[in-house]
Structure formats: structure tokens, C-alpha cells
Design a binder for this molecule. Structure first.
Ligand code: KG4
Ligand code: ZN
Length: 401
């Protein structure tokens, strides 16, 4: 089946079109079109994602991005389409809260043939609700005008499946990205433990069988990406902070593995698989207060030690969860899994301490938010005939009940 997927949960507007075949045991995907527009530059001056602005940008960009994705997939065929009055009224109602999108939508759908796709998948949550709604309403309007079924996707499930899929790079890479145009999900050994680390999430989730989730541990306060972003701000680094901290820390690491400062490893020895990062963030704040006017080199050391502390806690808790659950596969997903040090440490630790476990980390282009991962998850949900009649945005949608 051919899935068109839409992602607008945060500050990336993304659409992908994938040919999907097989079943859960052995699924193959071909990326026909993949477009993504990041709003990072726009949000940077606010030091974080500003929801109303994200919503406006998604509304402005969805139609051009859809056109580009269809074009890349060679599915864009111009032809005048008559939209019956009744249909037009229904579509206008769906899009009435998306100023900036409605006009572009009507212009677009009245000038192109319904494309040869079988379903439309869209992120329903978690994320910023105003941002999620734009994608959902756009998907609903397209599904209605083109007569296609809709699939609601949990963004975190997208991260999990993307991590499972990315180990098999086969064909030609798409221009300008490291996503190959063919992905496969096969030979997955269960149970699968997923460490999901992003701007809004830090959790360990267990999948004993396909698409059935159990929460093993989670943060009691800040998400790890949030801690990266906040510490970056304390160090006067721009948003998003994760890549900036990583860059500083890597510079310090090139010099030495020693750090000038010592930060706490919160909950390292506690008997749960839960996390806490608020105390670590506060410790950085106090350190910076006690040492004002830090040099660039000292800041590199703070970043280095902060990254070491985060990684140590993440590994320790993940290792405990592997022990407790007997997981055979570990996947790491979410934006923070792009972090070089975390990827390196997990790869080494699995090899040296947990060699029975297969580690699957997504390729760099699939770690941060994209629509390919939404299409992958959408295909799995479609396989269960989980089509949606209506979709509501849910900012707190969770994987495990
Ligand atoms: O999954 P994602 O793209 O969006 C959410 O769903 O939240 O994750 C974004 C988060 C941000 O907090 C960002 O700072 C962090 O991922 N991030 C990183 C790196 N790249 C992105 N954190 C640490 N190291 C990185 N290289
Ligand atoms: Zn994400």
C-alpha cells in the first residue's frame, strides 16, 4: 500500500510518501517522496518553540510541501477538478480554524488529480496541540476530497519503528539526506525495549509483541532534551541546545576525558527505571553562579560533564531495564538520540556489557522529527485495520496505557 504521511507535532513541517509492503514480520518500504521544512531559525529568537508561531508556519507551508513531495514521487498530475458545493462546504468547515491554509488548499485540490495513494497517516500526538491540529485538519480535508482512509499515528511509535527500520540501508540514498530510499523491518527479536529521548519525553517502553507497549520507566520532572535546551540557554547557546552542547562537549573531549567540574548523576542508584533531570539542571545553574565569567574552555568542560552525567544515567537505567525485562532488542529514538556521545557510549556498552542485546539506533536523518517515521507507523496501524473516522489532537498521547 502507498501511504502519504503528515507530521506537524512540533517545529518541523514534514510530508512523506512511501510504498509499503509485507507484514509485521517482514516489512519493506520505499521512500517515493520526502519533504521537510524546519522552523528552527524562526523559533530561535524566542529561545524555544512558540506554539502560535509553529501553527501559523505549518498552515503556510503544508500545501507547498505536499506539492513538492508529490512531485518528487511523480504523483502530481495537473487537471481541473470540480468540487461540488456540498463537499466545498464540508471542507471549509474542517479548515475553518486554519487561516492561511484554506485558500491554498482549495486552489491546490481544484487543480490536481487525486494522487495514487491508499491512505493518509497523520500525527495525532503527543506534541503541541495547536501545531498538531493543523496537520490533522489538513489530513482530514485531503482524505475527504480524495476519498482516502485516514490513520492516526502516535509520534512516539513513529520514533520506535524508525529505529527498528533504519538498520537496513539498501538502495540509493535520496539526494541531500542520509535516508536511503529503501527501508526494511525484519528479524526483530522480542521483547523490544525502547529508550525514547526527545524534547518532551524521556521514557523506557517495552514492546513484548508488536505495537503493545508497557511503561518501564520515565522522567519524574524534565525531559532529557529539555535539560539539554535549558543548560544550553544558561551557557548562552542558541536553541535547540542539544546539538550545541554536543559540539562544545566533543571539543573538550578531544583534549582530555577529564572534566574540570563534577555534576551529580540523579537517581543513578535508585531501584527504579525512572529518571530525574531537574536536579542536574539546577546543579549547572549553581555551578555557573559560583563561577561567573567562565572562559570558552570552561564552558566546554561544563557541557562535557553535563553530557557525561546524562549519558551515565541513561545507560544505567536502560541497563537495569534490560535486566528486568529480558529485552533482546534495544532501540533508541527521539531527537536526543542524534547525540554523538550517547550513540557512542550505548554502542560500546551494549558490546561490552550486554552483548546478547541487538542495538538499533536510527540513522541521523531519521532521529529528529520527520514524516517517514509517521508513514512507517501508519502502515503498521493500517495492517490492523485501525483506520480513523475522526481524529482529535492529543498533546499528551502516550504509548503505554
Ligand atoms: O524528537 P525531537 O526532534 O522533537 C520532539 O519530539 O521533542 O527532539 C528534539 C530535542 C531537542 O530538545 C533537541 O535539543 C534535542 O532533541 N537534540 C539533541 C541533539 N539533537 C537534537 N540533544 C542532544 N544532542 C543532539 N545532538
Ligand atoms: Zn520527536
Amino acid at each position: 500500500m502507498r501511504v502519504l504521511a503528515i507530521e506537524t507535532s512540533c517545529d518541523e513541517t514534514a510530508i512523506a510518501i512511501l510504498d509499503c509492503e509485507g507484514d509485521v514480520q517482514n516489512a519493506r518500504f520505499r521512500v517515493l517522496g520526502n519533504t521537510l521544512l524546519s522552523q528552527i531559525e524562526i523559533h530561535r529568537e524566542y529561545g524555544g518553540v512558540f506554539p502560535a508561531l509553529a501553527k501559523r508556519e505549518h498552515a503556510k507551508n503544508l500545501v507547498p510541501i505536499l506539492e513538492a513531495a508529490l512531485e518528487e514521487a511523480e504523483l502530481l498530475h495537473e487537471d481541473t477538478q470540480a468540487i461540488p458545493e456540498e463537499m466545498r462546504t464540508a471542507l471549509a468547515k474542517i479548515l475553518e480554524r486554519e487561516p492561511g491554509l484554506e485558500e491554498q488548499f482549495f486552489e491546490f485540490v481544484s487543480e490536481c488529480e487525486p494522487p495514487e495513494i491508499d491512505a493518509i497517516a497523520v500525527t495525532a500526538g503527543p506534541g503541541l496541540e495547536p501545531a498538531l491540529w493543523v496537520g490533522i485538519n489538513f489530513a482530514k480535508a485531503l482524505a475527504l476530497v480524495w476519498g482516502k482512509p485516514l490513520i492516526a499515528v502516535n509520534h512516539m511509535e513513529g520514533h520506535v519503528i524508525a529505529a527498528l527500520a533504519s538498520g537496513n540501508h539498501v538502495a540509493q540514498p535520496l539526494a541531500g539526506s542520509d535516508v536511503t530510499d529503501t527501508l526494511e523491518v525484519k528479524d526483530v527479536r522480542f521483547p523490544v525495549l525502547a529508550l525514547l529521548i526527545s524534547g518532551g519525553h524521556t521514557e523506557l517502553v517495552l514492546m513484548r509483541e508488536w505495537l503493545e507497549y508497557e511503561l518501564i520507566g520515565e522522567t519524574r520532572d524534565d525531559a532529557v532534551g529539555e535539560a539539554f535546551d535549558k543548560v544550553a540557554r544558561m551557557l548562552d547557546l542558541p536553541y535547540p541546545g542539544g546539538p550545541e552542547i554536543s559540539r562544545l562537549a566533543e571539543e573538550a573531549r578531544r583534549e582530555s576525558s577529564d572534566t574540570l567540574f563534577k555534576l551529580p548523576r540523579p537517581m543513578l542508584h535508585d531501584a527504579t527505571c525512572d529518571f530525574s533531570f531537574a536536579g542536574l539542571k539546577t546543579a549547572v545553574l549553581y555551578l555557573l553562579k559560583s563561577e561567573p565569567d567562565m572562559s570558552e574552555r570552561e564552558k566546554q568542560h561544563v557541557a562535557h560533564e553535563f553530557e557525561n552525567a546524562v549519558t551515565e544515567v541513561l545507560w544505567k537505567k536502560t541497563s537495569r531495564a534490560i535486566e528486568e525485562t529480558g529485552a533482546q532488542t534495544l532501540v533508541i529514538g527521539g531527537g536526543v538520540s542524534a547525540n554523538t556521545h550517547i550513540r557512542r557510549v550505548f554502542t560500546e556498552k551494549i558490546k561490552s556489557e550486554r552483548s546478547e542485546v541487538t542495538l538499533r539506533i536510527p540513522s541521523a536523518a531519521l532521529t529528529t522529527d520527520n514524516a517517514i517515521m509517521i508513514a512507517l507507523a501508519g502502515f503498521y496501524r493500517a495492517g490492523r485495520k485501525e483506520f480513523a473516522t475522526d481524529i482529535a489532537a492529543n498533546g499528551n498521547l502516550s504509548l503505554a496505557p
